[in-house]
Design a protein around this ligand. Structure first.
Ligand code: CO
Length: 475
């Protein structure tokens, strides 16, 4: 290779968040994490993603753990490494829009308890849904001396998503005050040579660092990273080998080795990485033996590339049709998905838009008439209540869903009254720390059950509750 200037690729480790969320339904416990973080802290990662996404809900609901306590323990252990979280814009870590005061307070407490980098995304890539979280991060960065607002764009394919679209939105994200940009390819749709073009286009639109996040679902992820890094991508997301590949990320050791002795060499110590992998290997065996880690999420799901829809969405469609004993309609539904997506303004297919489009496609086919019936979520999407889509929606379909009600064109959260005081009052009986109001705001029922459990634990009353709860939620 020519004597090129060194441009080491930076690496974000995902084993403590996305990898176990993707492969074992987010069930890694804090106790399983803590013994190894001392070694992980020495690797030289750009950051360790370890919080947010589904981990918050899963901690409270399934593991009976306080997610805030987990964050504080990780912060105490990672003395040199930045901690990263995933944040769903105005949805925070939940599934609907929250008022601005709740979003801002969540950002404040995340940073105060130890988060450095907040990766913020919106399922429609409507940047109005990101602004409050970005502003809050910038505000508390000043106060706490820690914080970094990364905006993640949900990657998708379709007529609207040209290189001009990506270049343009990258520029807007820089203007809105973000510190970096991530391309978030949840489904593994970004193929290597397209990644090269995409990264070059983004680099034309912005000077911000570009991070790429993909999943191995469709089998191209490591090649995609290679082309992206060669094209100028600054940071990639990988997972230590015991929880890598399949629906997770490419393996950290493999990507580090791939770039060894090139200008992109991250200069990781392979012996140290091997020691970390050795720690997770017996856990991997346990998860496989218990059935928690299934062959369904391993290997390659080529249908993702054939149908250009996320793997999780395909399996949802299969199970929805199976419940109705209409499995023979699968091909028809697959053909209906892109039509519904067009009618709905061609949104990226990511939670929750993937479920909304998928369920409506099933209804359209199974009922034998398009849009005979709408789900509440379809109506809300058509009414603008999730935000603005990149293309206009089909006005006839909108009219059929909404009648004379006019769709909103403003930011959905503008309709929401401040909510913190109300949540504060509702959960005051259970509150043992400031952060409890945020757990309650996002998941009122689950958090209340957790608070009750926590109280019985500390008083020693009914310590069998955890076992009972386990049976309520089959694992
Ligand atoms: Co992911």
């Amino acid at each position: 290779m020519m004597a090129e200037e060194k441009r080491p690729v930076k690496i974000t480790e995902t084993i403590l968040r996305d990898a176990h969320q993707s492969l074992i339904a987010t069930r890694m416990t804090t106790e399983q994490m803590l013994p190894i973080i001392d070694k992980m802290d020495k690797v030289g990662y750009n950051s360790v993603e370890c919080w947010g996404g589904a981990t918050f809900d899963a901690s409270l609901r399934f593991l009976k753990e306080d997610p805030w306590e987990r964050l504080r323990k990780l912060r105490a252990g990672f003395k040199n490494t930045k901690l990263q979280m995933l944040f769903r814009g105005q949805n925070i870590l939940g599934y609907s829009h929250y008022p601005d005061d709740v979003v801002e307070y969540f950002v404040q407490k995340s940073i105060a308890n130890g988060i450095d980098i907040i990766r913020i995304f919106d399922c429609l890539n409507d940047i109005r849904n990101l602004q409050t979280a970005v502003n809050a991060t910038n505000k508390f960065k000043k106060q706490e001396g820690r914080g970094h607002a990364q905006v993640a764009l949900s990657y998708t394919l379709g007529d609207a998503y040209t290189l001009d679209y990506w270049r343009d939105i990258a520029r807007k994200i820089e203007e809105m005050g973000a510190d970096s940009i991530c391309i978030k390819d949840m489904a593994g749709l970004l193929v290597p040579y397209e990644a090269e073009k995409l990264v070059k286009a983004l680099k034309e639109g912005t000077k911000l660092p570009i991070q790429l996040h993909t999943h191995y679902t469709s089998g191209v992820a490591a090649m995609t990273y290679m082309k992206a890094v060669e094209a100028g991508c600054d940071i990639i997301d990988t997972a230590m080998s015991p929880l890598s590949m399949g629906t997770s990320q490419p393996a950290t050791e493999v990507m580090a080795k791939t770039f060894e002795n090139t200008p992109y060499d991250p200069e990781f110590d392979q012996n140290l990485l091997a020691e970390i992998a050795d720690y997770f290997k017996p856990l991997r065996e346990e998860w496989i033996a218990s059935g928690r880690y299934s062959t369904k999420v391993m290997g390659v799901n080529i249908n993702t590339l054939r149908y250009q829809v996320p793997g999780g969405m395909l399996s949802n469609l299969v199970s929805q049709l199976a419940e109705m004993k209409q499995e023979d309609k699968f091909d028809e539904v697959l053909e209906e998905v892109p039509r519904v997506r067009k009618d709905f303004g061609e949104p990226p297919l990511v939670t929750p838009s993937s479920q909304i489009v998928g369920t409506q496609a099933v209804l359209n086919v199974v009922l034998g008439e398009r849009y005979k019936q709408f789900t509440k979520e379809s109506r809300d999407l058509l009414a603008g209540k999730y935000g603005q889509t990149v293309k206009p929606m089909n006005p006839e379909v909108q009219k059929k869903a909404l009648g004379d009600t006019k769709p909103i064109t403003h930011r959905p959260a503008d309709d929401l009254e401040p909510g913190l005081a109300k949540f504060e009052a509702e959960c005051s009986q259970w509150k043992r720390q400031d952060e409890d109001v945020l757990s309650y705001a996002l998941f009122p029922q689950v958090a209340t059950e957790f608070f009750k459990y926590r109280d019985t634990q500390s008083t020693g009353v009914d310590s069998t509750l955890a076992d009972k709860e386990d049976k309520v939620y089959p694992v």
